[in-house]
Write a new protein. Structure first.
Length: 255
């Protein structure tokens, strides 16, 4: 696979290609044991993940949407004759409703810059003698902005800023920033487009500041070092890795 350049590729091709990606690496935040287990035992997509992928495709890659999803405007009853016909017509594609289109339209209206972006391109690159891969949702070469699309239940700052930390989106931002930089393109900002997964499909845009990106980059280096150590010694320790954790009475406990 060619490295250090934007490559337009299908989702199935990307997932089949070699390379460490954010979704697996973030498990190192828990432990090497969790990283190895999740890598060897991928879980099937949840309904919310399928819906999120459908919104991504409908917004950013119409060809991928047509290839992977089947739009059915009504409530589907798989037990009826019509329902069985719809399932047969869909084949291996996931069946989704019109709310996917509503969310995609809301995103495009909220972030018109997406129209001029490079969208759904993969980048493969080496870092610390390891091969990494990312798939960039959108990149605006005119102003150096990377966009990442997230579906969520709550786009309010109080909730979504916690999600950025809890789900490691700041770590993803640092990795994607490095990826675009190795292509020789300028990077000036990293923005997350958060869209509600239910009506009215409100959209909010969050920009990760430089201090948070630096923290993400430092954390990324730590996780990579932890991964290389685990690979070198073939030791995939758990959270405490055999140590006994002594628990003291918390300060807030009543006397």
């Amino acid at each position: 696979m060619e490295q250090n350049k934007f490559i337009k590729m299908r989702d199935d091709e990307y997932f089949a290609a070699e390379g460490i990606h954010y979704s697996s690496l973030k498990n190192m935040l828990i432990s090497p044991k969790h990283y190895k287990y999740c890598l060897e035992n991928p879980e099937p997509s949840s309904p919310s993940q399928i819906w999120g992928r459908a919104v991504h495709a409908a917004t950013l890659d119409k060809e991928e949407f047509a290839r992977s999803f089947y739009l059915y405007p009504e409530k589907l009853d798989r037990r009826t004759k019509e329902g069985k016909e719809v399932v047969a017509a869909a084949g291996e594609r996931e069946i989704v409703g019109l709310e996917v289109s509503d969310a995609a339209i809301a995103i495009q209206e909220a972030v018109p810059d997406l129209a001029v972006c490079i969208k759904e391109n993969a980048i493969f690159f080496d870092m610390f003698d390891l091969l990494f891969k990312v798939k960039i949702d959108a990149y605006n070469s005119n102003d150096g902005t990377i966009y990442d699309l997230k579906t969520t239940t709550d786009v309010t700052p109080n909730s979504f800023t916690r999600a950025i930390y809890n789900y490691g989106y700041y770590l993803q931002a640092a990795l994607y920033w490095k990826a675009v930089a190795v292509t020789g393109n300028d990077v000036q900002s990293y923005r997350i487009i958060a869209v509600e997964n239910r009506p009215p499909f409100d959209v909010a845009v969050y920009e990760i500041d430089q201090e948070y990106l630096a923290y993400g980059s430092k954390t990324l280096d730590t996780l990579i070092d932890r991964l290389k150590t685990a690979q070198t010694f073939d030791h995939w320790g758990g959270v405490l890795d055999g140590y006994v954790y002594t628990v003291s009475k918390p300060a807030w406990a009543e006397e």
